[in-house]
Write a protein that binds this ligand. Sequence first.
Ligand code: 16C
Length: 247
Amino acid sequence: AVHTRDQVELPPPTIDNRLTVHPLWTEIDRISTEQMQAAFEGVGGEIGWQLFAEEGDMRMYRREMEVDGMVMDPLKAMHKVRGVSAREMCHYFFNPRYRYEWETTLETMTIVEEVSSDAMVFHQTFKRIWPASQRDALFWSHVRAAPGNTYAVINHSTTNQEYPPNSGACIRLFVTVCLACRSSYPAGEEPTRENITTSIAYCSTVNPGGWAPAGVLRAVYKREYPKFLKRFTGYVAEQCRDKPLAI
Ligand code: 16C
């Protein structure tokens, strides 16, 4: 088979050895396992999840949560996308090369550390939400495969001496995000762009890290999360259209 540059850089099917010897490994492995498990659990049975956006196959739920007056509503979204694989979805979410093309809240992105082919540390600054101060985040990002045509990307806040919090104009926010994807295709058939469907579970909890008006925050949530998921999935479908399917 001809390997294009893109195929070579796809998320690896097994964990990169360089990651397992890194100081962050224990934390990355524990949080990733927890997040992936939670992502595929339904919201139906759980109390307190409220549907706030619905469009086509996309459904978004949140749980209202405030800690010391700060909004930390956990978000959980489900979506289905035809014609792309779980591995492709995660490739575009994980790889920083594409981030500015789909991430509209971003002001700057810096690669702090390239840990391995499946883990990186990023510093990002976000667009300011008036009247709050601008935010930044420092987080590790890990992509991994799981049994059953499943791939996921997990992002979780971390620290780094060269990027101390609240030192410049930005207030540091804290984030835990999981994009978990599972592909399916008709039994007995080979997967193709025509018959593949990928189910997505996106979970996010953002701690704003300092005061921000609850009303404004919830309005931003309501607008930005659906915008993100529609734009990101549309972007990946568009990118993959003329490329061979990568499972
Ligand atoms: O998961 C997403 N993106 C990943 C790659 O960038 C990564 C990022 C996570 C950071 C999420 C926090 C974003 C805070 C943005 C604040 C500024 C928004 C300005 C928009 C107005 C033009 O995992 C996709 C992330 C989609 C984010 C949706 C927006 C969530 C708003 C939450 C508000 C946070 C509090 C901000 C305090 C002022």
